[in-house]
Design a protein. Structure first.
Length: 66
């Protein structure tokens, strides 16, 4: 199944959850914000959120600094 992640085409396994995508990107446990098709998806929803063909996913990671 094909999705768009941060503006880049990406193939993922059909039936993948948002949590699986986050894990595959090495972002589990990181401070991130996730949006799917311009809708914010909270961390508590990641496990149950099933990705669909052509979803547009944006993942932004918070970076500390000073």
């Amino acid at each position: 199944m094909n999705i768009v992640l941060n503006g880049e085409a990406l193939e993922v396994e059909a039936g993948s959850s948002l949590a699986q995508l986050v894990e595959a990107q090495g972002l589990t446990g990181k401070r991130i914000a996730v949006e799917v098709n311009a809708q914010l998806v909270t961390r508590s929803e990641h496990v149950g959120y099933q990705l669909q063909e052509a979803d547009r996913v944006e993942i932004v990671q918070a970076i500390g600094g000073g």
